[in-house]
Ligand binder design. Structure first.
Ligand code: LLP
Length: 432
């Protein structure tokens, strides 16, 4: 009935998340409101970790890709779950540090890290800096030499596997702003260069093939390509790769049309490829890192809105306007992403209408979704949009000077604010 198994209908007929009544939450904290189920986040972290244990003898680290949802509390949760993290900016890194996260378990990504960001990574002892290009490699080596340290690095490789086409193509991915290409020999040369730098410690390789991937084929194809490269480095350079970071991208269920693989299957298939390859080629098994973002944050979250006006345009469509929109969820206007929505205070009733849910921004494209099945609704009703825990808050904006909503975590039947709602004065914080 729901896209996520932490959602249910309670005795009052209201939608509950993690057992907490969403209509009560909307009243208590106001709308729009992001609500995230901390217990579900922790459960999914453990599913990935257990699969790493089961299929790869625990010789790996699951790193939460915090671009999906970043705030101090999520880093505290990750720290207490013994997770690693992926950060992609000084801002994410700083937030993690301020939350007390041990950044020796962080991977720092980005195709154009600034000098300040690289310095910061060295200063705070980031465990793995994922070098994207030669310019960055040279800069980082220089900064590390100035500090008298050795920078632990991985190299970002384009494995040439395009996960976004149905049939995986192994070429064509050269045209990406991220990383070193394999086909042209660029990646091989980058490894040679990295090994020659005195103040870089090349720990291994990284790849990431895409996002919202619903089966394992692309992942196993990428793992094979990376293992072939590891073999080439061993035979031609006598270099033994310690770490292989295979990135994130595990798909989730946004609507009933999505049928993602259980995450356990992913580790099973990928571990089989790597274990088999190492055995057949007498190669030491690398330490594996994976970086799930969406799969940990998205299903744990929902967004609550209050319905305002309803505009019925005969024979065309019905617009239901809510008090948020593209500012708190830009994914429809950016990618036409489909979501499941329901009226939280009528959650047990059948969805007999199809409506366009519109935001309140001064922009015709500001929609949460079109042709969405939903219960009949009227002004004052609470609409819940499901699976909004990833890339919603983290991509939110203040367009039209709207205030970013609060984020509430529920856990064990209780609720608490982890990010406060922005005030009108917050909007002017940096204005002169
Ligand atoms: N690792 C790397 C290097 C990445 O670039 C990403 C996502 C991840 C891990 C996590 O991927 P995930 O497990 O979340 O799929 N804004 C888009 C998604 C962009 C993803 C960018 N990189 C969206 O809203 O769909």
């Amino acid at each position: 009935m729901f896209v996520s198994d932490n959602l249910s209908v309670n005795k009052q007929g209201n939608l509950a998340i993690g057992g907490v009544d969403t209509v009560m939450l909307a009243k208590k904290y106001g709308t729009p409101l992001y609500v995230m189920d901390e217990d579900r986040i922790r459960r999914d972290c453990r599913i990935f970790q257990k699969s790493m244990e089961k299929y790869y003898d625990g010789q790996g680290l699951v790193c939460y890709a915090s671009k999906a949802f970043s705030c101090k509390e999520i880093y505290r949760v990750m720290q207490s779950e013994n997770m690693g993290i992926d950060v992609v900016s000084g801002g994410e890194l700083y937030t993690a540090i301020k939350a007390g996260f041990d950044v020796s378990k962080a991977c720092f990504h980005g195709n154009n890290k600034t000098n300040e960001e690289l310095q910061m990574a060295l200063e705070y002892g980031v465990g793995r800096i994922v070098v994207d290009n030669i310019y960055e490699m040279e800069t980082l080596n220089r900064f590390a030499a100035e500090k008298g340290v050795s920078a632990p690095i991985l190299l970002r490789i384009k494995p040439g596997v395009d996960a976004h086409t149905h049939n995986f193509i192994r070429t064509g991915q050269i045209d990406s702003k991220f990383g070193f290409a394999l086909e042209t020999g660029e990646a091989f040369d980058a490894v040679k260069k990295a090994l020659a730098y005195e103040n870089l410690e090349l720990r291994g390789l990284h790849c990431h093939i895409g996002s919202q991937i619903l089966d394992t084929q692309g992942f196993t194809a990428a793992a094979e390509v990376m293992m072939e490269f590891i073999k080439q480095l061993k035979t031609e350079l006598d270099y033994e790769t310690q770490d292989l970071n295979l990135g994130g991208g595990f798909g989730i269920c946004y609507t009933e049309a999505d049928d993602p693989i259980p995450y356990d299957e992913y580790m099973k298939d990928v571990a089989q490829v790597i274990n088999g390859f190492c055995e057949a080629n007498q190669i030491k098994r690398p330490f594996i890192l994976i970086e799930p973002g969406r799969s940990i944050a998205a299903p744990a979250g929902i967004t609550l809105y209050t319905v305002g006006s309803k505009k019925i345009i005969p024979n065309i469509r019905t617009y239901v306007s809510v008090d948020g929109g593209m500012c708190d969820n830009p994914r429809y206007i950016l990618y036409q992403s489909a979501y499941d929505a329901l009226v939280a205070n009528k959650a047990g009733e059948p969805k007999t209408e199809r409506v366009t849910i519109a935001g309140k921004c001064c922009e015709s494209g500001d929609l949460v979704g079109e042709n969405m099945p939903i219960q009949p609704c009227e002004p004052g009703d609470i609409i819940a949009v499901c699976a909004t825990g990833a890339y919603n808050y983290s991509m939110a904006s203040n367009y039209n000077r709207l205030q970013k909503p609060a984020v509430v975590f529920v856990s064990g039947g209780t609720d608490r604010v982890v990010i406060q709602r922005e005030t009108l004065d917050d909007l002017m914080r940096n204005d002169i």
